[in-house]
Ligand binder design. Sequence first.
Ligand code: CP
Ligand code: NVA
Length: 337
Amino acid sequence: TSPFAPRHLLSIENLSSAELTTLVRNAYQHKQAIKSGSVPKTLLGALSGKTVAMTFNKRSTRTRISTEGAVVTLGGHPMFLSKDDIQLGVNESLYDTAVVVSSMVSAWFARVGPHSDVADLAKNSTVPVINALSDASHPLQTIADFLTIREAFQSSRTTERSPTPGLGLEGLKIAWVGDANNVLYDLAIGAGKLGVDLAVATPKDYEIPSEMRDIIQKSGTDARIQGKLMETNVPEEAVKDADILVTDTWVSMGQESEKEKRLKAFSGFQITPALAERGGAKPGWKFMHCLPRHPEEVSDDVFYNPSRSLVFTEAENRLWSAIAVLEGFVVNKGKII
Ligand code: CP
Ligand code: NVA
């Protein structure tokens, strides 16, 4: 790669522990500032006169709205292009599309099916490519998730135990109960980097693929705070002593034909108050979900319980995270400071 090659965000793996911490911190600070009425000077008009492409091959509510909003907050022009609008991968090669699109915009958010598609776009793009969801990764979601966790747990924790100034999340435990999917993988890599322990319960045959497990277990760039990964096929085991219970749909976009089989395989994996009780989650446990949510993976009395569920703050935090990502990868050209 040439020294002028742009820096891309394809997965949380692309960030050091310190950079992930900084992105979450910046998102937190921008949220405070903008909600109290002032866009930080360094962001005001930072993308003025610039276009950001958003090519989405799959549906989106949160990623689209947060990204478009973030570009506008920085004074830029988001250009949303669904799969029916452009030639991407249908009538034109990914290579040709990558060269052409990147010659006319300042940054590129891409939502794709196979992760190799977003990797190929990045390889041939002259501007930063941000993964807006692939079948392997959802980095924008992970940054918002750690912002949400930081906000929910900051008052009860100190940063003293961290060797580098961190978010103070070391030693928290997340329990993921459900499908091993794109959202889990980046959350797990991020947890590893931030010293957060993670227990994953999936049905048999739906476990984390072994290459991904290796990446997760080596994800910390500071070995002193590498979070631990535990895996099981028993939801109660994962939930034990957890601070946060997390899940996602059992049928991701693109898996619709497997729906019946999956619903059967995942029976018994719904997050409910009874599961948390049986498994012995911490008394003040919280619930998270990237959304969109379906009732099979979590009961209403968890999902809509205002003292447990962080889901709507988590969704809003997508906006603040998108602003921090634009700042780091586009305005500051990949310097996360
Ligand atoms: N969580 C998330 O990415 O939602 P959308 O698919 O609606 O963007
Ligand atoms: N795992 C889900 C996440 C949607 C935001 C999917 O890929 O469809």
